[in-house]
Design a protein around this ligand. Structure first.
Ligand SMILES: Nc1ncnc2c1ncn2[C@@H]1O[C@H](COP(=O)(O)OP(=O)(O)O)[C@@H](O)[C@H]1O
Ligand SMILES: [Mg+2]
Length: 338
């Protein structure tokens, strides 16, 4: 039986992450950078994970993909289509993840092998995993390049990565990720290295592929604009934790956690070009120097005494939303926050 024919409950989320904790071992101690993180991604859904740099987004993505080095300590449960994968042996996990999940990262050039043609890199995946012959695999590579909007794909398939522009390389990486028709594409800041026009094109491409292929997308970003344009639901990460989760429309409309409110206020307004960007005062805590209580309390305009000593349980409220803040959602009007 091949991995893709394993029976899956039809309504199981494509990805289910529960109580994920990840620590890096340093010379002096263990540094926990992902803390008690839980979320699900439904079939065909675009799920965004947003947070400032250093909040643990890439570590989470690597943990989900099973790509963290063996020295890392990881605990928690991860299921793909209802099947637990956290307890699989590394080889079985790699095989399953290779079949059903694909990762595209910020640095397409580093992710492509400079010594072989783009077409062969796509074809190789199909030869290894699908048993296609060289000719059929190269033909499929041409189709995949075409699907991702690369012009003259029959010629481009024979080019090397350095002959591609930055935007083309990201398209080629997406083509490679699509080769095995994954259930979920994990995209870790896929447009950060690209200029604005190309960035918009790559985001449009991801949306089109999601529509045409019915694939779920887990997009990791620090850009609220990307979340607004692409995602159905979102998770806001701060200092390794999920501080808020919910449908994008509802979170943007009425953010519950003070950190989400602050992030939304920091977006420059296109319709008010003179308005200064309101950055959040202070900096996120380093994982080695996590403050007691709520990790956001030193920067929080709404913090009360208890926030400095106790971490609240996440509050669940209407619409499948959560907020890890002791101040009930909606208690302080959005407009009053600095
Ligand atoms: N291999 C590693 N060893 C030790 N610390 C690491 C390692 N990789 C990342 N970190 C630390 O983990 C934290 C989260 O990093 P990362 O997941 O890359 O955040 P993000 O993707 O949100 O910017 C950061 O403080 C970073 O310095
Ligand atoms: Mg990152």
């Amino acid at each position: 039986m091949t991995v893709s024919t394993l029976r899956q409950p039809a309504d199981a989320p494509v990805l289910d992450v529960a109580d994920l904790n990840v620590s890096f071992r340093t010379r002096t101690d263990d540094v926990r950078v992902v803390r008690d993180l839980s979320f699900t991604v439904a079939r065909g859904e675009v799920f965004a994970v947003i947070g400032e740099s250093g909040s643990g987004k890439s570590t989470m993505a690597q943990a989900v993909m099973g790509l963290l080095p063996g020295t890392t300590q990881t605990s928690g449960r991860i299921s793909l289509g209802g099947q637990p994968i956290h307890n699989l042996a590394p080889a079985a996990r790699r095989r399953l993840c290779g079949e059903r999940m694909a990762l595209i990262s910020q640095d397409a050039l580093a992710a492509l092998n400079p010594c072989t043609t783009v077409g062969f890199q796509i074809a190789e995946t199909l030869m290894v995993h699908r048993g296609l012959g060289h000719g059929a695999a190269m033909q499929r590579a041409v189709e995949l390049l075409k699907l991702t909007g690369i012009p003259s794909p029959a010629e481009r398939v024979h080019h090397y990565p350095h002959e591609f522009s930055g935007g083309m390389r990201q398209r080629a990486l997406i083509a490679m990720a699509l080769a095995l028709e994954p259930d979920i594409l994990v995209a870790d800041e896929p447009t950060t290295a690209l200029d604005a026009t190309i960035k918009a094109q790559i985001l449009q491409l991801l949306m089109r592929l999601r529509r045409e292929l019915g694939m779920a997308v887990l997009i990791v970003t620090h850009d609220m604009g990307v979340v607004a344009r692409m995602a159905d639901r979102m998770l806001v990460m701060y200092a390794g934790r999920a501080v808020e989760t919910g449908p994008v429309v509802e979170v943007f409309d009425a953010p519950a956690h003070p950190y989400t409110r602050a992030l939304l206020k920091a977006i420059p307004r296109l319709d008010q070009p003179g308005l200064a960007l309101r950055a959040i005062a202070g900096a996120p805590p380093a994982p080695q120097a996590m403050p007691p209580g709520c990790p956001f309390h030193p920067r929080c305009p709404m913090a009360v005494a208890a926030c400095a000593s106790e971490l609240p349980q996440p509050i669940r409220f209407a619409g499948g939303r959560t907020s890890q803040c002791r101040i009930p959602p909606g208690e302080v009007p959005y407009a009053e926050l600095a």
